[in-house]
Write a protein that binds this ligand. Sequence first.
Ligand code: SF4
Length: 350
Amino acid sequence: MAGTEKTQEREQEDHHYRQHATDRSRSHQKGEKNTLLRRMNRTPVYLQLRNTKRLSERVQEALDLLRTCRVCPHQCGVNRLDGETGKCHTGRWAIVSSYGPHFGEEAPLVGLYGSGTIFFANCNLKCIFCQNYTISQLGEGFMVTKERLATIMLSLQQRGCHNINLVSPTHVVPQILEAVEIAISSGLTIPLVYNSGGYDSVQTLQLLEGIVDIYMPDMKYSDDKTAEKLSGIGDYTSINRAAVKEMHRQVGDLQINEQGIAVHGLLIRHLVLPHGLAGTESVVKFIAEEVSRSSYVNIMSQYHPCYKAFEVPELSRRLSREEFLEAIKQAQKAGLHRLDGILGAPVNTT
Ligand code: SF4
């Protein structure tokens, strides 16, 4: 009983904190008066490329990157068109582990009918605490041709999903583009969400300009030594920051329509790690100062140890409530005012 009361007390306290943060955010936004919500019923950007040669040219350029693979910053140089594999263990065809409407994403992506997620196997990051390691690192899934992948996209649209949410797409951008071309010609009309770990090459991202509507990258670290130790990437910080800036250049801040659905723009995710390992203060400062103070940011609290996390003592416990609240304060102090869950309703109200 005492435990239940304590939980209720904590929930109430959290609610009050969030309400307070919401009020502060709302008053902060009054001068901005819905500029992010003007384009209510915009169509996906790729429909403008549909009847031009530009889409086919992009597909071809992307496929060329597979020949001596430089699709992602690892630049392995293997010939994936011939079935060779590099650090992502993926050859000519993408591997899908699962797909379907997903209701666990951020509210602006989920809406009423879910986000149409397609989980690609074999991430280009090797995070020792990955909750989906059987997919991201052990490669669970089935190989898909471009036609099959296009059919999956269309089936998600058919089920009413608000978007096609491409999870861990970085290493299969060419395969996605060739499938998108087919899907568009067969009637795809919902926006594409590029949901990556944030280790993306600017050159490859440029091939997605005018095709992807919503970028949703992680910003995992602000320190390369930590990134190397926890994700096996020694240059994560600079690559990640350049990628996020390129994404923002292409799509700008997140736009949410009157129904509360994200239609275009950038949504950044940052998973707070115990003992400050994610470098939250530096990450939020970068976003506020070098991307945009109006960036929509999800500061995530759900870290729990799994996979190889117990090998690192600092990662062997959950995030504490104090650590999470401190991260939120740091984000607000940096000037960010569109924090997922903290804003309350994602649609701006005046
Ligand atoms: S996409 Fe895969 S093979 Fe290509 S550079 Fe990246 S890790 Fe290497």
